[in-house]
Write a protein that binds this ligand. Structure first.
Ligand SMILES: Cc1cc2nc3c(=O)[nH]c(=O)nc-3n(C[C@H](O)[C@H](O)[C@H](O)COP(=O)(O)OP(=O)(O)OC[C@H]3O[C@@H](n4cnc5c(N)ncnc54)[C@H](O)[C@@H]3O)c2cc1C
Length: 390
């Protein structure tokens, strides 16, 4: 019997919908794709930010664009002019709406909401079998974007935990032109804490408390620091909270989640989408979706995220080791990078577009002794550092 679909995408979040949208355009109409999503409806649950290095398919949906970002420590403040590569913000709601609209109009890509797939699909007679609340589906290929399991501290070198609130203030208290990319209140010995402020108008801003640390945190762990940061920024003026968002991003995965068989790939945040040194994943997911759709369009299998170039991977992991072992030094490292190198180089590097020269210049801004010491330590500790999990 022919399968119900050529491809089943498990999870219709950023990665699943991004691939689904590409397949509306690129896959052969004879090849059906079904996206199974547990949610029954989408909400404006997050915002994605990134530097715009080139025109992109979501230009029309961008809610805000800034031409400068600031990094501040107690000792120093650096404001980076990024007019040529503005820092942009995309809200989740219009992204989900655009994806739903495009998929609704397609005859060969379907999105099923309220379809929770909680088991590992089974391989039967050369096809994948998936059980859902609404029945069984079979397919030749699977792209699984669900989180494999709740994160464990040991799954990543560091975790980026954040809790943010969109604040409407009665007075004009925000500098609407400049993003507060990293505002380090103080150097800490166990983790790195900073505030991230996206000004949406002089009276409105998304204010986030972010921690880079060895353990995944929940919003309750951050709420008192967040409340203090908001109070400080609104300077005694009345304010209301319009919405909140929180997240947990792996920085340098140490667990590799295997797949249960052939024609099965994993994608998304916990499967290679997150950039090790920043946790950012949106643009990487878009690049993956382009590559996976192109492979399917050529009649091949969907592919997972490709590993990063060796130099970028090496630099990211060394940087994370330094931050993990010397969190009190982290604010200085970030400010050196942005303040002492041409910011265009740093932005390219953080956006996965760094050249060899960019890497060399960024490396030269960092304290050599600290990094050499960490490199020697990592050479001794390296065996068995990466674990596999099903
Ligand atoms: C609040 C927040 C802000 C972020 N900001 C940025 C940013 O500014 N820049 C950036 O680059 N990255 C950012 N990220 C990181 C990353 O881009 C996002 O996490 C992105 O949504 C990851 O896409 P994904 O598809 O892997 O996961 P998700 O978008 O979370 O999608 C996974 C989907 O799987 C579904 N699912 C789960 N279990 C099942 C199941 N059993 N059956 C069916 N479906 C299931 C979920 O409902 C969900 O829709 C942010 C993340 C968060 C949480």
């Amino acid at each position: 019997m022919p399968p119900d679909a050529n491809l089943l995408i498990l999870g219709g979040g950023c990665a699943g919908l991004s691939l689904g949208m590409r397949l509306v355009d690129h896959a052969s109409p004879a090849k059906r794709t079904v996206i199974l999503e547990a949610r029954t409806e989408y909400t404006n649950d997050r915002t994605w930010c990134f530097w715009r290095l080139a025109p992109h398919r979501f230009d029309r949906l961008v809610a805000h664009s800034w031409s400068s970002v600031a990094i501040r420590t107690k000792q120093r403040s650096v404001t980076v002019d990024c007019r040529l590569t503005p820092y942009q913000m995309l809200e989740a709601a219009p992204f989900y709406a655009e994806a739903q609209d495009r998929i609704d109009r397609s005859k060969h890509v379907d999105l099923v909401l309220g379809a929770s797939v909680d088991d590992t699909p089974r391989r039967v007679a050369g096809m994948w079998q998936v059980e859902t609340d609404t029945g069984r589906l079979t397919a030749r290929h699977i792209v699984d974007t669900r989180p494999v399991r709740p994160p464990r501290a040991s799954d990543a070198m560091l975790w980026q935990s954040f809790y943010g609130q969109e604040i409407e203030c009665a007075a004009s208290v925000f500098d609407a032109n400049t993003v507060g990319l990293m505002d380090f209140a103080e150097a800490r010995s166990d983790d790195v804490l900073f505030h991230y402020v996206l000004p949406l108008s002089p009276c409105r801003a998304l204010i986030e408390t972010t921690v880079f640390g060895p353990r995944p945190l929940v919003p309750a762990d951050l709420s008192s620091v967040q409340a203090a940061a908001v109070e400080k920024l609104v300077r005694g003026n009345a304010f209301s909270v319009r919405r909140a968002e929180s997240g947990l991003l792996p920085m340098g995965m140490t667990t590799y989640f295997t797949v249960p068989g052939p024609d099965y790939s994993r994608a998304g945040l916990m499967s290679g989408a997150a950039r090790a040194s920043s946790g950012y994943a949106f643009q990487r997911i878009q690049r993956w979706a382009d590559a996976a759709a192109a492979s399917i369009g050529r009649g091949g299998p969907p592919i997972g995220h490709q590993s990063d170039p060796a130099l970028q991977r090496g630099m990211d992991h060394l940087f994370l080791r330094v931050v993990r072992d010397h969190p009190d030094r982290a604010p200085d490292l970030f400010i050196r990078m942005f303040g002492n190198a041409d910011p265009a180089r740093v932005i390219r590097f953080l956006s996965d577009q760094g050249t060899l020269a960019d890497c060399a210049v960024i490396g030269s801004t960092l304290p050599l002794q600290l990094f050499i010491g960490e490199m020697l330590k990592s050479m001794v500790a390296a065996p068995g550092a990466f674990r596999e999990a099903a």
